[in-house]
Design a protein around this ligand. Structure first.
Ligand code: HEM
Length: 444
């Protein structure tokens, strides 16, 4: 794969109605819009508002952007849109990102993440019992309460229930903002549109939580969680106040909504597919010694793993990855000009018929060969957690939490009364378009 631009042809361009054309088409149906882009090739330019954009749809090109040529792309400057995240790990760049990633990485080493297993499973057991005792449960709310509890306990040392409404308000504000297409983020934040006012209100509530967390944490405490590490890095002069705040918002946001969305889809699919649920119940009944999953059970929970892999394929919680070019680059044989906003859309690539048979079917058996994915599928046909140096720092955390939670819920409950048709919405996440009301019953 060449780093030079040389004589590579300019990537083809999808023509659209000037200014708003692509934005409207995307909003109408993101899957159709990307299918239309794909009809032009695997590297396609288009415009959205005043943005020059391009998408990379072939796994080899995606691998090139994320891994081989990682240093030729930067995170897009979304700071005008979501200033609350601007100095955090998700949006920082260059030296600032490198310093932050190195400082935070130890919290996500395998040995450290494994110490969170007990909390993840205990909270999952409590949540399952709560859900089964209720008349009905709205899955997005219920799973997000669970993942926030886990995040609060493991990384912040707090009981997150008391902060839940404020954190959700902040997360929703950020989700709404980041789910808009770039045209919307061109409207400066100080213009008092209703959306901007909603964003401000949500962020203010999140800010108040952060004030409280920082005020309560003693810099000399011997705790070893994320909050303590950040406070310590602050008092050592390694992070300034704005970085600490941004980092806290980043983890509160990135660390629970994505995982909750995955769990929502997994549980909804179990409710809709009794055969899949039965196979999962049989596995957990055979593997789990007690009535919740443990770290020791994980290697034997192969079908649980398949259900999760399939969930992250069909409904990738991060819908797309964004990058920007500083200079002209060649990707997958095509030239992309400088200052192009690049999308690498998991939601499209994970349902591309070239790599996936019946891509819209939820079918965990496509992963039956769990240790040996088919050799003819390129690696980056599946990249729910991104790839390369900037892959999701919380990947191990999220995968463990999802496996423990799913196995624990499946051991205790059965999901019934699931809506037949759950519309899929694509924003910055792939989420159900509306509430998902279900009923859970205790298994006898
Ligand atoms: C199923 C759950 C999750 C999914 C699908 C997911 C997905 C992703 C993806 C695709 C990226 C790469 C973005 C890019 O390259 O631009 C990312 C980055 C990130 N994720 Fe996750 N994530 C999940 C859970 C988590 C959790 C649990 C945490 C924290 C505890 C977390 C924190 C982060 C952070 C801080 C980054 C930025 C990393 C960097 O740029 O160095 N994520 N995530």
């Amino acid at each position: 794969m060449s780093r030079t631009t040389g004589d590579a042809p300019l990537a083809p361009k999808r023509s659209g109605v000037p200014l708003v054309g692509s934005a409207v088409a995307f909003a109408r149906d993101p899957y159709d819009f990307y299918a239309d882009l794909a009809s032009h090739g695997d590297v396609v330019r288009f415009s959205m508002g005043t943005y020059d954009m391009a998408t990379v749809l072939h796994p080899d090109g995606i691998e090139q952007v994320l891994v081989d040529d990682f240093d030729r792309f930067r995170k897009p400057d979304l700071a005008g849109g979501v200033d609350a995240l601007a100095d955090g790990l998700l949006l920082s760049d260059g030296e600032q990102w490198r310093r932050q990633r190195t400082g935070l990485q130890p919290l996500f080493y395998r040995e450290r993440v494994e110490t969170y297993a007990e909390t993840m499973a205990t909270y999952a057991a409590a949540a399952a019992d709560e859900w089964a005792a209720a008349d009905g449960v709205e899955l997005s709310e219920a799973t997000s309460a669970y993942t926030l509890r886990v995040l609060g306990k493991t990384l912040f040392g707090i009981d997150a229930d008391e902060y839940r409404d404020a954190v959700r308000a902040g997360a929703e504000a950020i989700l709404e903002r980041t789910s808009q297409n770039p045209v919307a983020t061109e409207i400066p934040q100080w213009v008092p549109t209703p959306a901007n006012r909603r964003y401000e209100r949500g962020i203010e509530r999140l800010d108040a939580v952060i004030d409280e967390l920082l005020a309560e944490r003693d810099p000399d405490s011997d705790r070893e969680d994320l909050l303590s590490l950040l406070v310590e890095m602050g008092s050592d002069g390694d992070l300034d106040e704005s970085e600490i705040r941004s980092q806290l918002v980043t983890f509160l946001f990135a660390g629970h909504e994505t995982t909750a969305t995955a769990l929502t889809w997994a549980l909804a699919e179990l409710g809709r597919n009794p055969d899949i649920a039965e196979r999962l119940h049989a596995e957990v009944d055979g593997v789990l010694e007690g009535d919740r999953a443990t770290l020791a059970d994980l290697p034997d929970l192969t079908y649980t793993e398949q259900v999760l892999r399939e969930t992250l394929r069909r409904y990738p919680p991060a819908a797309a990855i964004f990058r920007e070019t500083d200079e002209p680059v060649t990707v997958d044989g095509y030239r992309i000009p400088a200052d192009t906003f690049l999308t690498l859309p998991q939601f499209h690539v994970h349902t591309d018929e070239r790599w996936w048979a019946d891509p819209l079917e939820f079918d965990p058996s496509r992963w039956d060969d769990v240790d040996d994915p088919p050799g003819d599928r390129p690696e980056y046909a599946y990249f729910p957690f991104g790839g390369g140096p900037r892959h999701c720092i919380g990947m191990r955390f999220a995968r463990m939490e999802l496996r423990l939670a799913l196995a624990t819920v499946a051991k205790r409950c059965r999901i019934v009364d699931v809506p037949d048709d759950i519309a899929v919405a694509v924003g910055s996440t792939v989420h159900p378009d509306g509430p998902v009301e279900v009923t859970l019953e205790h298994r006898a």
